[in-house]
Design a protein around this ligand. Structure first.
Ligand SMILES: *Cc1c(COP(=O)(O)O)cnc(C)c1O
Length: 450
């Protein structure tokens, strides 16, 4: 694989850009190599500056549900760009996108457009505090909600990859009002709610966690969060920046049937442009300025070009009634290939993670895993329990073998398949991944997992 131009660019980039990249996980540190620099991307393909071509399962970390450079999205963006790039004044497109979001997610009665997922969650938390008059929030270890100060506590994603549990530069005071619970562990939530009775503004959660690898909620977990927040006068915030418009048009709330008070969206909703959103109950969203007392603003919020990319993407998803079933079927094939190789796979729709556990078929006898798939078997006359799906929280995910993952990543890349350069990111399946490419990927998986 020729990487001359990428290497040159990376060397130069490092002299001016911290680590040579504008977002840490792009640096490929966890897989022991240097990043490739992208020249262009089309459909399922991403092509680097040295002309290497990969099947892309990163999909820009989530937005690319239709594949790269969908002709309809590109055309719409080109047309609207010619009319001006930003006005700082309202446009019809913003109304249309709001309408589409509200139609897809009926719990969203009012919505605000912002420019990044970070901003969306930060703002939703501020609104929750403003509405309830309370200061504390509960988040889960391994859930990532962007890089705002108050939410960089036990966050997953890039922080996990780099083994940085918390960021330097976050004042202790911020972290103090962020309480951390264990994903899928009701008791940990109950305890925090009791100890901080009357002080918790909101529980913020990834309804299907996808930033410590994919970790689905156990049966009843989201329902429990709904119940306890209601009982205690706190709000429930679903961070659907990844899951929104991916698991279903209505995101995780449609997929799971559990309804939150506030939602955040990003990634897909911007159709590949910098756009995100937060919204929810009308009475709560009425707190947002200029209607209410919670301030939130943005020079480029609701940018007309980004809005157009979002509208076009959502419309394609709405008109294509078979897309989610197709994505699910293709992702299931990948799941099967990983399972054949003995990996632990968590998959929810088109989001999946194969975990490289240290002893692939770990046997555990006393774990609390009521909802997991159990298998009882006997070796040398000793009865043991084998648990197939046991990555249920941050601690579980942290046990995986990062070196084995790095080897797999590099072998896949050599075979022209680009998966996320970290064990703790999801594999994203897009509609551009044809059955043929999926089969090719399955073969690569069989060859690449030792
Ligand atoms: C990506 C992500 C964010 C942050 O979005 P940015 O656009 O990167 O700021 C927030 N929450 C979740 C669940 C995400 O996956």
């Amino acid at each position: 694989m020729n990487t001359t131009k990428s290497e040159q660019l990376f060397t130069k980039a490092q002299t001016m850009i911290p680590g040579g990249v504008n977002s840490p996980v792009r640096a490929f540190k966890a897989v022991g190599r240097h990043p490739f620099f992208v020249e262009r991307a089309q459909g399922p393909w991403i092509i680097d500056v040295d002309g290497n071509k990969y099947v892309d399962y990163v999909c820009s970390w989530g937005p690319g549900i239709l594949g790269h450079a969908h002709p309809k999205v590109v055309e719409a963006v080109q047309q609207v760009s010619a009319k001006g790039l930003t006005f700082g004044a309202p446009t019809a497109g913003e109304v249309e996108l709001a309408e589409l979001i509200c139609a897809c997610v009926p719990d969203v009665e009012m919505v605000r457009l912002v420019s990044s997922g970070t901003e969306a969650v930060m703002s939703a938390v501020r609104v929750a505090r403003g509405f309830t008059g309370r200061e504390k929030i509960i988040k889960f270890a391994g859930n990532y909600h962007g890089h705002s100060d108050g939410l960089l506590v036990k966050a997953g994603s890039g922080l996990m990859t780099q083994s940085v549990p918390d960021s330097a530069g976050v004042p202790e005071g911020y972290a103090a009002s962020t309480l951390t619970a264990v994903y899928n562990d009701e008791e940990s939530v109950r305890r925090l709610m009791e100890e901080n009775s009357g002080q918790v503004a909101a529980i913020v959660v990834e309804p299907v966690a996808a930033n410590m690898g994919v970790v689905p909620p156990k049966k009843g977990f989201l329902e429990f969060l709904r119940r306890i927040t209601k009982e205690q006068g706190a709000l429930l915030i679903f961070d659907e920046v990844i899951t929104g418009f991916r698991l279903a048009l209505g995101g995780a709330s449609e997929y799971t049937g559990v309804h939150a008070d506030l939602y955040t969206f990003g990634k897909i909703v911007g159709g590949g442009m910098p756009l995100a959103a937060y919204g929810g109950r009308r009475d709560i969203m009425s707190c947002v300025a200029p209607l209410g007392a919670v301030y939130q603003a943005g020079t480029l919020s609701g940018n007309p070009v980004a809005v157009t990319a979002g509208i076009t993407t959502l419309k394609i998803l709405m008109e294509d009634t078979g897309i989610y079933e197709r994505l699910d079927r293709r992702a299931a094939k990948l799941e099967e290939a990983f399972r054949e190789k003995g990996l632990i796979v968590n998959r929810v729709g088109s989001l999946l993670s194969a975990f490289f556990m240290p002893d692939r078929k770990e046997t555990v006898s006393n774990r609390q895993t009521a909802d997991s798939d159990w298998k009882i078997f006997e070796t040398d006359g000793v009865k043991k329990v084998e648990i197939e799906r046991y990555v249920e929280n941050y601690e579980d995910a942290c046990r995986c073998d990062r070196e084995a993952f790095a080897d797999y990543f590099n072998r896949m890349l050599e075979r022209g398949i680009y998966v996320a350069p970290s064990q703790f990111e999801a594999m994203f399946v897009s509609d551009a991944h044809s059955d043929e490419l999926i089969d090719r990927t399955c073969s690569a998986i069989r060859e690449s997992v030792e």
